[in-house]
Structure formats: C-alpha cells, structure tokens
Design a protein around this ligand. Structure first.
Ligand SMILES: O=C(O)CCC(=O)C(=O)O
Length: 278
C-alpha cells in the first residue's frame, strides 16, 4: 500500500527525516502513555546512563514487538507500510524503545547516528529507519529531538565512547553544523518522525517540569539481514496488523502491556565495543 506522497518521499530523501503530524489519535496516544506509565515491567527493565552532566538517560527496550499495544504501534500499517516505502523493501522489526525522559532529571543525548551503533551489530548497509512517536509534547524546554537536516548523506561517521555515552566524532559534527540546518523537532502527542539511520541527531536535557516520553520503533530492510548475531534480531518476518488494532488492543486491559523487555545492561555491546576517548 502506498501511504506517502511523492513530495514526502522526496523530502525524506533530501533531509533524511519526515514528520507526519497527528499520525496517531489522542485516544491511541493516551492508551499508549497510560499503559507505559503503569507498566512496572517497563520501569524495572529500564536502564539509566549518566549523560556526563549528572542527568539520567533512561530507556526501556524490546526486540520483538509482541501482541500488546506497543506491538500494535510497531506493527500497524500506518507505520510499516510507510517505512517499506521509504526503504523500498520489506522491513522487519529491529527493536523498539521507550525513551523515558523524565521531568527535571531526563538526560541529554549526544550527537549520533543510529547506524554508528548498529554498524557494530553486523549490519552491512544503513538501510534502517526509526520512527519516533511523541507520547508527551516534545518542546525545546523538555529536550525535543534535534537534527542536522541532510546529514544522512555524510555516510557513517566514527563514534567514540565518552564516559557512559557514545557520540559521533565531534570535529565532523561541528563542521556539519556550519553547512547544514540544525532543527529542533517539536512534536505534539501522536506526531511521528521518520528518520534515516545516518541522520545526525541529539537532544538536550529535560530541565522542565514536564516529562518527554517517546516511543521509537526501528526497522531494518529484509535484504539487510545482519551477517552475524547481536543483541538485536536478524531477519524475523513482521506480521503487520490493521491500524484499528491499536485501539482494540489498547482498550483491552488484559492484553495491552504484553511484551518481553530486553536487558540492555547485559546484552548491548554496540556502544561498549567502540574505542573510548579515555
Ligand atoms: O529521545 C531522545 O531524546 C533521543 C533518542 C535517540 O537519539 C535514540 O534513541 O537514538
């Protein structure tokens, strides 16, 4: 099914990202936020890193989308058909994560490309796409995502471990900033940002009184099956669901929070396998 217009496809190709306002309704997002905020397993599985400035970068991650509301978001046609159009291939679920950027303590993310990490997982091509869905309003004040438009065309940049966080080579980022537009992507709940695996992005700490949670679903092209095992899945067929399943499962208290969280601390070696600065 074709969901994106030629103009949207051209914008993604040029800028490396595309925002679709209101892709999810207020009720869908309310059910997602309520499920996540009451999800003890998500809270317990979440891992926290120091951002180097004393704030907490906290997230929960899962590899397989599952049959709960998180899975319905990740598997629904609204997203998956669009990602298949962008990557021009069948896609599979590489993982999803909830970014738990809490009020006042939510930490900053350094400039990076997602492929800077995923390269370490035996993924040969940057044929991956992430979809960030705003659960809370994302503003400059609470640390919305920032991007360098068009930076996906720079190819993969070296990533260096500094403290607990890895980031893209800062000399390249500073030069890129002189030539590319630095944009703050403010989003309303239900808006979706599709972005290329080589797009440079970061976010500031949340110093506001408002949480900024977001669901990010990541996909890999089926033809880009990693050549070796890692903590994220190799090609696993994705069972798409109709868009109406988001509400149907979201309204079902017994089913909506079903998913198996990953243990990031033990399993994720992609950042730790990078050379460190110190
Ligand atoms: O949500 C954020 O502020 C940044 C998340 C991010 O960059 C990522 O998950 O790669």
């Amino acid at each position: 099914m074709s969901t994106l217009t030629p103009a949207q496809l051209a914008a993604y190709e040029k800028d490396g990202f595309l925002v679709i306002p209101g892709l999810f309704s207020a009720e869908e997002i309310c059910l997602l936020g309520e499920t996540a905020r009451n999800d003890r397993a998500m809270d317990e599985s979440s891992s926290t890193m120091d951002d180097g400035q004393g704030n907490d970068v906290r997230l929960a991650l899962w590899n397989h989308p599952g049959d709960g509301i998180y899975g319905m978001f990740a598997r629904c046609r609204r997203i998956v058909d669009a990602v298949e159009q962008l990557l021009q291939d069948e896609v599979y679920h590489y993982h999803s994560k909830m970014i738990l950027k809490d009020a006042r303590v939510g930490g900053a993310w350094a400039w990076h490309q997602d492929y800077g990490f995923w390269y370490q997982n035996g993924v040969l091509f940057p044929d991956l796409c992430s979809v960030m869905i705003a659960v809370d309003p994302a503003t400059r004040e609470n640390g919305c995502l920032e991007v360098l438009a068009g930076s996906h065309r720079m190819g993969r940049i070296n990533h260096i471990l500094s403290g607990e966080q890895a980031g893209a080579d800062s000399e390249r980022v500073e030069e890129a900033k002189k030539r590319l537009k630095h944009l703050h992507i403010e989003m309303a709940p239900g808006d979706a940002l599709f972005f290329h695996a080589n797009l440079l992005h970061c976010s500031a700490a949340n110093r506001s009184d408002n949480a900024r949670w977001a669901l990010i679903c990541c996909y890999n092209a089926a033809s880009n099956d990693p050549y070796r095992e890692s903590h994220h899945p190799r090609y696993t067929p994705l069972n798409k669901v109709e868009d109406s399943e988001v509400l149907r499962i979201g309204r079902d208290d017994a089913r909506r929070s079903r998913v198996e969280f990953a243990n990031l601390v033990e399993e994720d070696q992609s950042a730790r396998s990078l050379d460190g600065e110190s």
